[in-house]
Design a protein around this ligand. Structure first.
Ligand code: FMN
Length: 323
């Protein structure tokens, strides 16, 4: 059984990954998407992967096989466990750059990237993609895409179970308007029984998660985990029988304690991903307001109020003032 954190630009940065690993030892982490150009310019290179972050997958995007080769060499040396190609991003900026979802129509090119990467690293190469482009729901293009890229050596596919619509829909709408088609992912799984085909898209409750896990052997979740990180504790318990039993204040405390000096000084980034930790409790609004005030104050991050009454899990009693 595999659980994956979906790559999300602006969200699955090193801070959020630290928070997530604290709550879930079993989830496989993904970075945000990074372009090969940006990687080759040197961005990201002095990131040292904390030892407890494994397994961690680097997601890359691009359209030049030589750059993919150089980028994957860097990523392998950095210690990533898998290299994932983003062939699903519908953003107009990304598509203008000639990569992302539009590459579903260029399977031979993508296959050449896969081959290039495999020629220079021992890391597995995977692909995250969608069921197709536009509103057409037949699976011909994606089947051809999987056929060609798997022949090149890609054995793992994460399928966001909807199409990408590249003209006329915003990136955000592309995550809700094209209908979810889990059954079509199952058709792909049955068509390619030797490949690992995992499902992604719209998974937001325990029953659905376990149901899909039983069918696909692996599920990838993004927004539900970001919007309600404690959902991960429930997933851990249900899927891996691991009871972390962490109260929200102790999560906050452990999280702050594991930040390094530089990260602590980057208060906005370090704290913004904690915003939804009290989701669904009576403290939710007060906590968000409290974090906002702390971020905009001169106080150091270590001043954070852990809502420190561990016994009531910080959910009944609140003291937002620094006493
Ligand atoms: C804010 C945001 C940023 C995203 N950035 C990426 C990205 O960098 N790479 C990618 O492959 N998908 C990206 N996605 C799509 C997610 O990985 C995922 O496929 C999508 O949200 C559907 O899964 P979910 O319903 O569990 O959120 C992003 C989604 C969101 C909400």
């Amino acid at each position: 059984m595999k659980l994956f954190l979906a790559p999300m630009v602006g969200r699955t940065d090193k801070y959020f990954r630290k928070l997530i690993r604290l709550m879930s030892p079993n989830i496989t982490l993904f970075t945000e998407m990074i372009t090969v150009d940006s990687l080759l310019r040197g961005n990201f290179r002095n990131y040292a992967i904390p030892s407890n972050q494994h397994p961690i997958v680097a997601q890359v995007a691009g359209n030049d096989k030589n750059k993919f080769m150089q980028a994957s060499d860097i990523l392998a040396k950095m210690g990533f466990d898998e290299i994932n190609l983003n062939i699903g991003c519908p953003s107009s900026k990304v598509v203008k750059g000639g990569f992302g979802a539009c590459q579903i129509d260029n399977p031979d090119d993508v296959a050449s990237y896969v081959r290039s990467i495999l020629s220079c690293t021992n890391l597995p190469v995977s692909i995250k993609t969608r069921l197709g482009l536009g509103y057409e729901q037949n699976l011909e293009s994606i089947e051809k895409f999987i056929h060609i890229t798997s022949n090149a050596g890609c054995e793992i596919f994460y399928i966001h179970a909807r199409n990408a619509v590249l003209n006329g829909l915003s990136t955000k709408k592309n995550r809700s308007v094209p209908p979810l088609r889990y059954d079509d992912v199952l058709k792909l799984k049955n068509k390619f029984p030797d490949l690992k085909i995992y499902i992604n898209g719209g998974i937001d409750n325990l029953d659905e998660a376990t149901h899909l896990l039983n069918i696909y052997g692996g599920i990838m979740i993004g927004r539900k985990i970001y919007d309600d990180p404690r959902f991960l504790l429930e997933l851990e318990k249900k899927i891996f029988s691991f009871d972390n039993n962490l109260s929200t204040p102790s999560i906050v405390k452990k999280y702050i304690n594991q930040l390094d000096f530089e990260e602590r000084n980057n208060k906005l980034y370090a704290l913004k991903h904690l915003t939804n930790l009290y989701k669904g409790t009576s403290l939710s609004k007060k906590w968000r307001k409290y974090l906002h005030t702390l971020i905009n104050s001169d106080k150091p991050i270590t001043d954070v109020n852990y809502f420190n009454n561990e016994e009531n899990h910080g959910e009944k009693k609140i003291n937002c003032s620094h006493s």
